[in-house]
Write a protein that binds this ligand. Sequence first.
Ligand SMILES: [Zn+2]
Length: 339
Amino acid sequence: MSINAAAPHPEDFVTGRPFVFRNAIVITVDTPGVLENADVLVVGETIEAVGTKLQVPEGTLEIDASGGILMPGMIDTHRHMWQTALRGYGGDWALSQYFVFYYLQHGEVFRPEDIYAGNLLSALESVDTGVTTTLDWSHALRTPEYADAAMKAFEEIPGRFVLGYGNYLGAPWEWTAAPEFRSWVASHSPTDMHGLQIAFDVPDSENFPEKAAFEFARENGLRVTTHAGVWGATTDNAIDHMYSGGFMTDQVCYVHGTTLSRESYQKIAATGGTVSVATESEQSAGQGYPSTWQAPQVRHFGVVVDGHERLVERRLLLRHARDAQRRPLARAPRGPSQG
Ligand SMILES: [Zn+2]
């Protein structure tokens, strides 16, 4: 948004007063798409009109948005916000380097105030880059005190956040059974602005102990977000366990999904699951191409930013989609008419 002399002051925003953005580049993300020099009129909590030179009710607050882009808020479906406290580390690491650094060396020394600091910085960054909803895949919450610290940051930043409560330092069937965790969940009613999910992974194992964590989530009406199809960590066997246990539903989000088989994608699609992709970090970590083009039958994909460049992430995904679409054409034998 451009800054100009006529920019409104906070006190100009009075509850119930309509406001209009003037002369913005409006991206509607549907038809008609992009509108130049367009206005957006907001009355109460509703976008009343989008167009040029809009007539507005008397008393409407005018906001000059010339040179600015106005669009719906973006949604980041998976971010380890606490790690923003060490922002910039790991952009070029392989997955194993990430595991060693965060899981074995530094995650354990994080205190609640460090989680708060990471989340605060990350939440600010979200809003600053046009991301109005962020799912915080918060897997270093050793005690409810850590969860409170994570949530405190959300309350201080004007955005929508969903805490994916996790704890990589413990087994999910153990920490979801702990009385202090259960009473924390019981005392936190998710709201429209601050949601709650359960975040844990399902590595290969014979007896599927994560079943208990899925049951807890189901009993408490909480969605589950899980890293799936991560080479060497979570595989098709985990999907098989979840599927035969009846835990693959539309209440589960599968993060990455880069190494899953076609059958696993079909199970996700058939059960209404969602997939969250992070092509920048997946490629850096040697995880392969994004699952968006491998699993066209999955209806809902979200974009993840494991790194820091949200628009870069989207551009990369778009390039991959085009590559997948055009590769067969590029490889097709050329006929005489194609010269
Ligand atoms: Zn992750």
